[in-house]
Design a protein around this ligand. Structure first.
Ligand code: EPS
Length: 347
């Protein structure tokens, strides 16, 4: 079983990540993880924090001479902006953020400790986890990628930029959608035998855990609900050269909670960032009087980054499913089991 834990506050000393359950013998290089961290920081519409940080990872455990040894992989990402105890108190919670629900839940008289952890800064640690999972998946020729599909309802690149500029000008924020594609997945990850083993359920949970995601869909998605079955399901064909194949992928690569060998295609829909430079109405939690919501340094748009984080969450889940099915303590054992399985199903 693969599992992870992450820790760290937005303006704390560092972000931490521990990934446990990887086999021995996997070559993990810092550069591969740093490249993913840089991708998370990119995208049009990011805020000033991205000018301050240049996220890089320090691998502090789990490797010997660059190879995994089966023990937990511990990683650290330092925060340049380490200022948590100098940050001002916030008593006017932002609608759409965790501020109000969080401070009531944890018994704070200030939203600062809430947003320190609820901030999307923590997603850097998730991307470090995902980057290692991608390195593992690459051993099986499985790739995970993402692309932005729309921003504020616009789908053409120039128009997407324009609407982000408009949001900035209007002191507003804007959301959008992205697509995650998982390619090279074998038939048979996940299962229908128990609800919590369904691959679509696991991937949905993974992507919905990304801050700001309000909806997701697989393959044809919502459109499935509007069509007859004959125009939704992917007819099955067989040829000696290709084995079983389909001409369409409306299922998005998953049938009955199991990967069917086609690309897994997921779209995520992200709400606009909660911090508005022209804030909405809020209430001062001390006086209970009306007050505009707090303004914090934030992004105008972070859809591209959310796509990268969704890739990471997806990579973790697929790696976990792969390990469940072909599990072993050393990479070679897993590869052998994987090859034997591929041989069996090709007959
Ligand atoms: C982010 C870091 C944060 C925010 C942003 C994402 O840094 P700071 O609060 O110091 O500006 O820029 O967080 C949010 C959008 C949010 O809602 O909390 C990051 O590293 O991605």
């Amino acid at each position: 079983m693969l599992r992870y834990l992450i820790a760290g506050e937005s303006h704390g000393k560092a972000l931490m990540a521990i990934l446990e359950g990887l086999p021995s013998g996997l070559k993990v290089q810092k550069e591969g993880i740093d490249a993913e961290l840089a991708r998370r920081q990119a995208g049009y519409g990011r805020g000033a924090r991205m000018q301050i940080e240049k996220d890089t990872v320090e691998i502090i455990s789990g490797l010997h001479k660059g190879l995994t040894i089966g023990s937990p992989v511990g990683m650290l990402i330092q925060n340049k902006d380490f200022s948590i105890d100098r940050q001002a108190a916030i008593t006017n919670p932002r609608p759409g953020h965790a501020d109000l629900a969080g401070l009531l839940k944890y018994g704070f008289s200030d939203a600062r400790p809430v947003l320190e952890r609820a901030s999307a800064r923590e997603t850097a640690a998730r991307v470090a986890i995902g980057a290692v999972c991608k390195i593992f998946l690459a051993e099986f020729d499985i790739t995970v990628s993402s692309k932005v599909l729309s921003i504020g309802g616009k789908t053409i690149k120039e128009e997407m930029r324009k609407i982000i500029d408009e949001a900035m000008r209007k002191k507003d924020s804007v959301g959008g959608s992205f697509e995650v594609a998982i390619r090279g997945v074998p038939v048979g990850l996940g299962s229908y035998v128990q609800p919590d083993r369904r691959l679509n359920a696991r991937l949905a949970g993974a992507i919905m855990s990304v801050p700001g995601i309000k909806a997701i869909e697989f393959g044809l998605g919502l459109e499935c609900a509007h069509r007859f079955g004959s125009r939704v399901h992917d007819a099955i064909y067989y040829s000696k050269a290709n084995g079983y194949y389909r001409k369409t992928n409306n299922a998005g690569g998953i049938e009955g909670g199991i990967s069917n060998g086609q690309d897994i295609i997921i779209r995520g829909y992200m709400k606009p960032i909660a911090t508005l430079n022209k804030p909405l109405a809020s209430v001062d939690i001390k006086t209970k009087k009306a007050m505009l919501a707090s303004i914090q340094r934030a992004d105008t748009c972070a859809v591209e980054a959310a796509g990268v984080v969704a890739e990471s969450m997806t990579a973790f889940e697929i790696a976990n499913c792969l390990l469940e099915k072909f599990g072993g303590d050393c990479l070679k054992d897993i590869q052998q089991a994987y090859c034997a399985y591929l041989k069996r199903i090709s007959r």
